[in-house]
Design a protein. Structure first.
Ligand SMILES: [Zn+2]
Length: 86
């Protein structure tokens, strides 16, 4: 299965968080790597959408859409920091 980057889920993340999230920084709970979400690896057909760490391939986030509502599991993220608006 081919991986996309975090820009592939920009719209879905915007719907959930109400703001642009591809520039937010996620910290991998598995290896501690910090990366902006745009640089994560995204698998759209996993069941649900799976976002993996580009360094260690651990699952950072899972997005599942059910009944028109997108649920996000962010257990794989140690931290999620929004970009500063300047
Ligand atoms: Zn990692």
């Amino acid at each position: 299965m081919e991986a996309l980057d975090g820009n592939a889920i920009a719209g879905a993340l915007y719907d959930v968080f109400g703001t642009e999230m591809t520039t937010a920084t996620g910290v991998c709970a598995s290896c501690g790597a910090r990366s902006v979400l745009a640089e994560t690896r995204v698998y759209l057909r996993a069941p649900g959408t799976v976002v993996r760490c580009a360094s260690c391939s651990a699952v950072l986030m899972v997005l599942v859409e059910a009944y028109g509502v997108t649920c996000v599991d962010v257990r794989g993220l140690e931290a999620l920091e929004r970009a500063q608006n300047d």
